[in-house]
Ligand binder design. Sequence first.
Ligand SMILES: *Cc1c(COP(=O)(O)O)cnc(C)c1O
Length: 223
Amino acid sequence: MAPALPQKLHEIEARMAAAGGSGKAQLLAVSKLQTTAAIREVYALGQRDFGENYVQEAAEKRQALADLDITWHLIGPLQSNKAAQAARLFDWVQSIDRAKIVPLLGHGRQGLPPLQVLIQVNVDDEQSKSGCVPDAIPGLADLIQQQPNLCLRGLMAIPAPADSAARQRAFRSMFEWYEQLRERYPTVDTLSMGMSDDFELAIHEGANLIRVGSALFGARKSA
Ligand SMILES: *Cc1c(COP(=O)(O)O)cnc(C)c1O
């Protein structure tokens, strides 16, 4: 039998502690394609931050879990035509990767407390993947800064599957860009990188928010 959720959460927390880093990494529980019952169970163990990839799925879950005090993060690619809805549905959007969606999010967030946002960086320079090129970070940060309903908190990345040396280089580059951003913007305090397979390395290289799905909830249902 697979280990129960409490045991898996405990194991992840032990691995996070053993990974060292600054010792302040937070866990984002990635609940895409997992049941609301599983989310309730993890919530009951004290977890408050949950990550979703799909706007429609998140809308349904948020409604079903409205009695819980969850902080919802969008970590999946964001289509322009869903930006206004996402701006109201989520507390954080980690996947800002182009200028066009910045004003759409800002406008959609009107009347609510500021949306916390991260710029997603394509750290591997792969054409096919989402995330902005590193050179685009300063321009996007400036645009976000001009939106009163958005609060720039930092950077997010999903490095391509690679050997651990390449992964480490990607994490190190991210940390450098994060430090540069932090010098310019006092609200920046979040570097989101590391998933089930590589979060220890990410923490070691300076991540302070890791996004863990399958190591916590087990395999996902297919989409
Ligand atoms: C699905 C997903 C995760 C979690 O992946 P696991 O390997 O299951 O931990 C983390 N980040 C993003 C952006 C994802 O889409």
